[in-house]
Design a protein around this ligand. Structure first.
Ligand code: MLT
Length: 411
């Protein structure tokens, strides 16, 4: 007997970008044990969970230690207590009405954005912005929805919507009929945003073309400016065409704790081969109840504490802290003459690399000469070549130190 593998995995090129970076940095550190490396690569928070969150977390763990308050399997789609708070605090204040059965608690926006493609046919045409969070692309490659990668770094059967300096990082609407469109705003990796009018164009496109938008809003808590939508449901009609992904990772520091949620409005329909409609909500529920057993009770209790008044204040402080780092990065890079994008409504700063150096060469140069880790733009797609992403998730002290080191480099 020979066990056959899923050969679509062989179409993937190289490692997952952040695994690749971690490996390179580890090798460098082994060879240069004295190097004081400042990591501004992966968007992982460095501040601990807040007091309000930890208190609820601990209380819930205590509950788990007693027979009469112990919790076994919870509802796969999440406890009502957390879902209610999400609707009340994230959506109601923005005039968005959601039903409780439209919110699905999960262990991460990464998992959900990777898994959602399962409920769609392999024949759908998919579009991604370029550069893009690699999970959207790779999960479709693994499923067999693309062909192999062309020499230009693009997979066959996948539509890339370039976002570059030339179009101010605003993707143009596809000129063909696309079924599934992944959008992430505030954007990972460019840190740029779409305003309401720009997002409305996408919702209208989706309505006109019977497409579905998979909207990743994991960074919405970083939005500072008015007229930047926090949720796609702020746009009229989006309930008919958009699934939204949110997370507690970046706002409340749950990257290691794991809690997120996905909104699938009851109105969104997909079609079978006979043209009959089916609610995506039921398909996603079926998928989650079959393949997922829910986020642990203590973690959901901890997430709920984000919505207490103490929790809200603490979260605001966290965001302000990282946004100060963003400002330091932006200003420092501008001062040395680099073109800088993002970082205003986002913890990511996207910069054009000087002297036409490529992304990986610049990554190596920064690591070797300044002991700083960034993320090479090309790791997010071919249009990211020539750019570097820096993350504001660090201490202010390290951020300032990193910027001083970069300012002292001569390119
Ligand atoms: C990133 O650095 O792009 C993110 O941290 C990755 C993630 O959220 O999975």
């Amino acid at each position: 007997m020979t066990v056959k593998i899923n050969e679509y995995y062989l179409l993937l090129k190289g490692n997952y970008i952040f695994a690749e970076i971690a490996e390179r940095v580890e090798n460098y550190q082994t060879e240069h044990p004295q190097a004081n490396i400042i990591k501004m690569g992966i968007g992982d928070v460095n501040k601990p969970l807040t007091h309000a969150v930890i208190r609820e977390f601990q209380n819930a763990v205590k509950e788990m230690s007693k027979a009469d308050t112990f919790h076994g399997y919870g509802p796969e789609q999440g406890y009502q207590f957390l879902i209610e708070e999400i609707i009340k605090n994230e959506y109601k204040p923005r005039g968005i009405e959601l039903n409780e059965n439209e919110v699905f608690i999960s262990d991460g926006a990464k998992c959900d954005t990777g898994n959602i493609q399962e409920i769609f046919s392999l024949n759908n045409k998919v579009a991604v912005t370029d550069p893009v969070y690699p999970v959207y692309v790779d999960s479709n490659v693994m499923a067999g929805r693309t062909g192999s990668m062309n020499k230009d770094g693009r997979y066959q059967n996948l539509t890339y919507l370039p976002c570059t300096e030339e179009n101010k990082f605003v993707p143009e609407l596809p000129n063909s009929n696309i079924d599934l469109i992944y959008l992430c705003y505030p954007n990972n990796p460019t840190g740029t945003t779409l305003n309401k009018e720009q997002l409305r164009e996408w919702v209208d496109y989706a309505k006109d073309n019977k497409s579905i938008i998979l909207f990743d809003a994991a960074y919405e808590a970083y939005i500072q400016e008015k007229n930047i939508p926090h949720s796609i449901y702020e746009i009229e009609g989006a309930r008919d065409v958009a699934v939204e992904f949110r997370s507690f990772s970046k706002n409340a520091g749950f990257t290691g704790t794991r809690c997120a949620y996905t909104v699938v409005p009851e109105e969104i329909m997909g079609y079978d081969v006979h043209g009959h409609t089916h609610p995506l909500n039921s398909l996603w529920k079926r998928r989650q109840t079959t393949k997922f057993n829910g986020v642990s009770y203590p973690v959901q209790k901890a997430a709920m504490a984000v919505y207490s008044s103490e929790g809200k204040n603490e979260i605001k402080e966290l965001i302000n802290y990282y946004m100060k780092n963003s400002a330091v990065i932006r200003e420092s890079l501008k001062n040395i003459g680099l073109n800088v994008y993002g970082g205003v409504n986002s913890p990511y700063i996207w910069t054009k690399i000087p002297k036409n150096m490529n992304s990986w060469d610049f990554f190596d140069l920064l690591l070797d000469k300044a002991h700083i880790v960034g993320t090479p733009g090309v790791g997010f797609g071919p249009s990211g070549e020539g750019y570097l992403r820096l993350s504001a998730f660090n201490t202010l002290k390290n951020t300032k130190e990193a910027m001083e080191r970069i300012s002292n480099l001569s390119f």
